[in-house]
Design a protein around this ligand. Structure first.
Ligand SMILES: Cc1cc2nc3c(=O)[nH]c(=O)nc-3n(C[C@H](O)[C@H](O)[C@H](O)COP(=O)(O)OP(=O)(O)OC[C@H]3O[C@@H](n4cnc5c(N)ncnc54)[C@H](O)[C@@H]3O)c2cc1C
Length: 303
């Protein structure tokens, strides 16, 4: 109750104040910050996927600037010798304004990543984007079979059907690569499962379906119950490095992350950076059960 109340007033608080407890989820505002955070994680044996913060754009012309950031980000990570993959949100490239323009920008970024044998993950956004993002992925996979992946959200009722559709074009020439997560956007009960147990069941069933089909999975969760189920399935199917990895968000459940790494699992952390940190961090803060605690702590420290 307290968390919900605080979450609803978050957008009304001064940005400087929100930053006090947002900074654990964001590597910083600049590319240098992302590089520093990635090097630190590399020292812990953890890989990264780097995301430039920013979502819907209002004008198509803004997409070029976002692309330029991604192109220089890839160059810079290569120069620094950091092995990274990249995550992007198609709406930042005008997905809902003009599909073809978005396609050509994202294509250029993947082409750059391919030069360095790297990889770009298409994040899944709200339900208005799902069809277009699957279509975008399908087209790009034909040209860049080893350099592009998609995200699937377990809370969507349509997900089992989408997974069957994606699995149908999985082959050695076009190896489908999926990040499986619960899903973060506010969706209506008509299209999304609301019950936590039922979401977890669909997550577990989806994971098993992907393993059965031999599809590489980024298991993106901080939920102990789900990491336990995943570890059980990994053992049952006798899977190794080339079949899956765990993925977590920067600043979330570092203890669980360390334990999975210690048990020999590949781990990748989603490292966001950029000036547009406010939207991303308020979403993180809303799902943090300890939100009230952090706010009170920040108030006492700086109030
Ligand atoms: C690498 C990665 C990429 C993602 N990409 C997408 C995407 O493309 N599209 C999309 O819709 N969603 C994405 N998500 C978000 C995801 O859908 C969930 O909203 C988010 O991961 C929380 O779900 P959970 O599985 O961790 O379970 P939850 O039940 O939400 O959390 C499990 C436990 O994790 C801890 N925890 C969770 N969040 C926080 C927090 N913010 N602060 C502190 N502790 C916390 C708590 O202990 C909590 O009890 C991504 C998540 C990850 C890890």
């Amino acid at each position: 109750m307290v968390n919900k109340l605080i979450a609803s007033v978050l957008p009304l608080l001064p940005k400087k104040f929100v930053w006090l407890f947002s900074k654990r989820y964001i590597s910083g505002e600049t590319l240098d910050d992302a590089i520093k955070a990635s090097k630190k994680l590399a020292g812990l044996g953890i890989r990264v996927t780097v995301d430039h913060l920013g979502e819907y754009i209002r004008e198509l012309s803004q997409a070029k600037d976002v692309k330029a950031v991604y192109l220089s980000m890839i160059e810079r990570f290569e120069e620094e010798g950091i092995s990274a993959t990249y995550s992007l949100k198609p709406s930042s490239f005008g997905l809902l304004l003009n599909f073809e323009t978005c396609y050509s920008h994202v294509r250029e970024i993947i082409e750059k990543a391919k030069q360095y044998n790297s990889f770009v993950r298409i994040d899944m956004e709200d339900s208005s984007c799902v069809d277009a993002e699957i279509e975008l992925y399908h087209r790009l996979l034909q040209e860049f079979p080893s350099n592009v992946g998609l995200v699937v959200q377990a809370y969507l009722k349509r997900t089992p059907g989408d997974l069957k559709y994606l699995a149908a074009f999985h082959s050695s020439n076009t190896p489908v690569n999926i990040r499986l997560c619960k899903g973060i956007y506010m969706e209506s009960p008509e299209i999304a499962i609301k019950d936590r147990k039922a979401i977890n069941k669909q997550f577990a069933d989806s994971l098993e379906f992907l393993f059965e089909k031999g599809i590489y999975v980024g298991i993106a969760t901080h939920d102990h119950d789900l990491t336990d189920i995943a570890e059980e399935l990994i053992g049952q199917y006798g899977l190794g490095e080339s079949d899956y990895e765990f993925q977590m968000l920067y600043g979330v459940t570092p203890e669980l992350r360390t334990n999975l790494v210690k048990r020999g699992h590949k781990m990748r952390v989603y490292v966001p950076f950029g000036k547009e940190w406010f939207g991303y961090s308020t979403r993180r803060l809303k799902e943090n059960p300890k939100l009230a605690f952090y706010i009170i702590k920040a108030l006492f420290k700086h109030g």
